[in-house]
Design a protein around this ligand. Structure first.
Ligand code: ADP
Length: 485
């Protein structure tokens, strides 16, 4: 059996701000089916600590970046967890990365360096485990998610452990690098000789992500198209050259979804469960009722999203009149930048066919995905994207920008795909308001043709969106990087 420690700053259902959490929470059970054991190391934020019942202290650190810390082993939500209990770093109000006013915690570099440091220690020393051989459990591989865990491979080398544990950095979003001022080099326990352009220096600052990308055995990201895009200067966030130089060590493995949580046949959150797209109608009616939308001629479109420029919210606002002119509607759930929240709220006040709910609401997310005719995902870049995958499963036709994982998971309804009966949605490119508007027109035309629309819905619901092949790909990679016994 190969043992893996997955290291991340969030993990659903315990703590989540985005898709990263879903993936970290879903991978262990997907990999169990491939014969791997995966434990998950996350920080002990108050929200996480409150969900732990029985815990055992399995590793101690008297001086972890300014205070005493310990690692607690616990089981919660079917996950085999290691929780870094470091009150001086994590026991505070607010979110995982931000305080109550929404500002980044100034010591975020240290907070996540600590997570990475402990991950490296576990990779080299292991943790106490009565059931393991010799009373110690030690992973053969560290999977380090995003910048928050990306210093772990660097620390493995610094601790003299090169080759003793396999290391993988998984990029969920290259836009976040975890930059810190050069003056923090020794506070972050980083080797000064690696503070060079070939190491982890990024334009005069320390880049946690770059440390991982230069020092891990293998790099992965969450879709094949994003892997290719990352090597281009318009998507690579300044790290494209480095990624090109490591292209033989970089792979794109598509995210899956948790098919027990997102299943229209068993979903407890929705008005009426269903097995075929015909069963969507009561959910659509209930959604209109709940969001205060009237009956309409055109499609009821939905969005469940962070409200940021990455997600193309400005394009959505610009293209919306086109949907409304065609008799369509939009029901949106999201939170994020104030300028987008305000603009959407204001438009919704004036426009009866637009309903906007600002906030984070897991149950409403399910109701939107089930009740919508179509989902809109106009992202400027999208490493994988999960909501279009949920939508496919629920027979909700995705209209998406042709980028990253959106390009890999939706089959555009062009003439050839419609002729062959394989289309699942609509794609547009380049990602600008004009092409988005054209795609909205195309969506409305398809919606008006019940034969074609039915074909899209059926194809969507048949498309595999689970972890199967991706779990196999991860398992193969983990076995490859595990040190020979
Ligand atoms: P990202 O991680 O970039 O935000 P993804 O599409 O990969 O985008 O994942 C977003 C996840 O967060 C999905 O599970 C989605 O359902 C969820 N989500 C986003 N916004 C909200 C919201 N306002 N309420 C509930 N769930 C949300």
């Amino acid at each position: 059996m190969t043992d893996v420690l997955s290291v991340a700053s969030e993990c659903a259902p315990l703590i989540k701000t985005g898709g990263l959490a879903d993936v970290v929470g879903a991978l262990p059970s997907a990999l169990m089916q491939e014969g791997l054991r995966m434990r998950v190391l996350i920080p002990g934020y108050p929200a996480v600590m409150a969900q732990l019942s029985e815990t055992r202290s399995v590793l101690e650190d008297p001086d972890l970046f300014g205070g005493a810390a310990r690692v607690l082993a616990a089981e919660a939500a079917d996950l085999d967890l290691l929780v870094l209990d470091a009150p001086h770093l994590y026991d505070r109000p607010g979110g995982p990365y931000i305080d109550e006013s929404g500002a980044d915690w100034p010591d975020n570099p240290e907070r996540f360096a600590a997570l990475s440091w402990i991950a490296a220690r576990i990779g080299l020393e292991g943790v106490t485990d009565a059931q393991a051989e010799g009373g110690t459990w030690r992973p053969e591989v560290l999977q380090c998610h995003d910048w928050q865990a990306a210093l772990a491979p660097e620390y493995v080398h610094a601790m003299g452990g090169t080759g003793k544990v396999g290391t993988i950095v998984t990029i969920h979003n290259i836009a976040f690098q975890g930059l810190a001022e050069a003056s923090r080099l020794s506070a972050l326990r980083l080797p000064p000789e690696r503070f060079t352009p070939d190491g982890f220096e990024f334009w005069g600052r320390i880049s946690a992500l770059k440390a991982g990308l230069t020092s891990a055995d293998r790099l992965t990201t969450v879709s094949p198209t994003y892997a290719a895009e990352l090597m281009r200067d318009d998507y690579g966030g300044g790290l494209d050259g480095l990624l090109r130089s490591r292209r033989d060590h970089l792979s794109g493995i598509l995210n899956g979804i948790d098919e027990t949580v997102w299943n229209p046949a068993t979903d407890e959150h929705i008005n009426r469960t269903y097995r075929s797209a015909r069963g969507k109608a009561p959910n659509t009616a209930a959604l209109r009722g709940a969001m205060g939308l009237p009956e309409a001629e055109g499609p009821l479109c939905v969005c469940v999203t962070r409200l940021t420029e990455q997600k193309g919210i400005d394009l959505l606002i610009e293209a919306l009149p086109r949907l409304l002119r065609r008799g369509g509607q939009l029901a949106l759930l999201g939170s994020g930048e104030a300028r987008f929240e305000d603009a959407l709220r204001e438009m919704a006040e004036r426009e009866p066919n637009l309903a906007v709910q600002i906030g984070y609401d897991e149950v409403l997310a399910h109701r939107l995905i089930a009740g919508g005719d179509a989902i809109l995902v106009p992202s400027r870049f999208e490493p994988c994207g999960l909501t279009q995958l949920y939508a496919l499963r629920y027979g909700t036709v995705p209209l998406v920008a042709m980028t990253g994982g959106l390009a890999d998971t939706v089959i555009n309804a062009n003439a050839a795909a419609l002729d062959r009966g394989v289309a699942t949605g609509v794609q547009f490119h380049p990602v600008i308001a004009e092409t988005f508007g054209v795609a909205i027109d195309q969506l409305c035309d398809l919606y008006a043709r019940s034969d074609l629309w039915g074909q899209l819905q059926r194809n969507a619901m048949r498309q595999p969106v689970g972890w199967g092949p991706s779990a196999q790909a991860y398992a193969a990679l983990f076995r490859e990087v595990a040190p020979a016994a």
